[in-house]
Design a protein around this ligand. Structure first.
Ligand code: PRP
Length: 183
């Protein structure tokens, strides 16, 4: 789906498909460099990370593996509460592995704070985070985000994995959802 397929739904396009592709390539090049001679395990967090995982993983020139987790945050409405339940755990053991968590977005940072702590307790050799988008709130928590695609405003942003009510994840561009869509 492209932004022209949903006329009026976006109030602003933040990043085009081409800009996202170019940034993913840059991130992959950094990861290639940093993990040279290693074989990291990329851990994606369902569902939003599917797009960035698919693109970032394929852009790597080093060997790497992929695994997935699904989590649900016990929050009310749209607010994260920081209490996270693991709905689907990894299928692989991370002991001694170089683990790179791949996320679409870090917003309040509560999900990732929990997840990184949880993964760290399992004894990986190293643990880092790559996120395609970062909202301003994320800077308030102490998460070391080794790879960040773009900083985005604190608005309702959709596309490239980011959804509103399950929609727009398949939008290839990323933009701000017009309030009329959800009000
Ligand atoms: C999103 C995103 C992160 C989390 C970030 O997932 O993929 O996991 O929210 O928010 P936080 O920094 O405020 O904790 P969401 O719960 O929307 O599920 P989804 O990936 O299926 O869209």
């Amino acid at each position: 789906m492209r932004s022209q397929d949903i006329p009026g739904d976006l109030s602003e396009i933040l990043f085009t498909e081409a800009q996202i592709k170019a940034r993913v390539q840059e991130m992959a090049a950094e990861i290639d460099r940093d993990y040279a001679g290693k074989e990291p395990l990329l851990v994606g967090v369902l569902n939003g990370a599917v797009m960035v995982m698919a693109d970032l993983y394929r852009a790597l020139t080093i060997h790497a593996q992929m695994d997935w987790m699904a989590v649900s945050s016990y929050g009310s409405g749209t607010q994260s509460s920081g209490v996270v339940r693991i709905l689907k755990d990894l299928t692989q053991d991370v002991v001694g592995r170089d683990v790179l968590v791949v996320e679409d977005i870090v917003d309040t940072g509560l999900t990732l704070t929990y997840l990184l702590e949880n993964l760290a307790s399992r004894g990986p050799k190293s643990l880092k985070l790559a996120a395609m988008f970062r909202k301003p709130e994320a800077n308030k928590v102490h998460i070391d985000m080794a790879y960040v695609g773009f900083d985005i405003p604190n608005k309702f942003v959709v596309g490239y994995g980011l959804d509103y009510d399950g929609r727009y994840r398949n939008l290839v561009d990323v933009g701000i959802l017009d309030p009329k869509v959800y009000s």
